[in-house]
Write a protein that binds this ligand. Structure first.
Ligand code: 9D3
Length: 233
């Protein structure tokens, strides 16, 4: 899968894309990351990318010209059409089923703003979806784009070892994970549930399922509501 990431701070992505799962996917040759600096596409004499909002008010607004030109240039860099996503607080909230859907694409384009909103005409003019990563205010779309890349990359076939397949995740079955323990059996006087030391795998699986249910019920009852599955299939 090819990722095109458009940002005013493309360098923010460097360490992230080389590390962990996105880095493993890159090393395995399963993905390619192409970073684009929106400022490079400003034809303004001072390379300005933003301006004051019409109608007044605080903050600045990202201008159409550099964003639309950056989008069109990036889109044209590969013959495959890109599924394009703009990271904005107004977007549909990102969820596991959306990650699974995006993981089936051959090419994703992620457009990030910083500190400020986009001129509304960008959204009208470009074939682009809006995604938010949750109800809190970030300083820019970059960390949100990293969330999307991370969630998508690990679902691309071949990225995860099957030992830790994505199907085992919390959310893929609409439940939180059961509690886990490793050695030592007693730490500062605190022990491990007896059943896990029993070697009885039927009982262990039953205990884990029950614990996952208890925890989901207590912490995320919204996940148990029917018709609210987080995974697509
Ligand atoms: C003036 C109103 N502000 C909205 C609260 C403007 C504004 C602030 C911060 C516009 C964008 C941003 C930066 N945030 C993002 O770009 C962003 C984001 C987020 O803040 N929360 C959750 N998901 C996302 S995706 C992109």
């Amino acid at each position: 899968m090819r990722f095109d990431i458009l940002s005013l701070f493309p360098e923010i992505f460097d360490a992230f894309l080389k590390s962990s799962m996105p880095g493993i996917a890159l090393e395995k040759g399963l993905v390619r990351y192409c970073l684009h600096d929106i400022r490079d596409y400003s034809e303004d004499k001072h390379k300005k990318v933003d301006d004051r909002p019409y109608g007044g008010g605080p903050g600045m607004v990202l201008r159409c010209e550099p964003v639309v030109r950056a989008f069109e240039a990036a889109a044209a860099m590969d013959k495959r059409p890109a599924r394009a996503i703009m990271l904005t607080p107004q977007g549909k909230t990102f969820r596991q089923d959306m990650a699974a859907d995006l993981a089936r694409e051959e090419r994703l384009l992620l457009l990030c703003g910083h500190y400020e909103g986009f001129d509304e005409r960008i959204k009208e003019m470009l074939p682009i979806e809006e995604i938010s990563v949750g109800d809190y205010v970030l300083s820019g779309g970059e960390s949100a784009a990293m969330v999307v890349v991370d969630a998508v990359v690990r679902l691309i076939p071949g990225v995860l070892g099957h030992k830790d397949s994505a199907g085992n995740d919390s959310f893929s079955d609409g439940m939180l994970e059961y509690p886990q323990y490793t050695r030592p059996a007693v730490y500062r006087g605190s022990g491990v549930p007896e059943v896990l030391l029993s070697g009885n795998h039927k009982e262990i699986n039953y205990w884990r399922r029950k614990e996952a249910e208890k925890r989901t019920c207590a912490r995320r009852p919204d996940l148990l509501d029917s018709g609210n599955t987080q995974d697509s299939e």
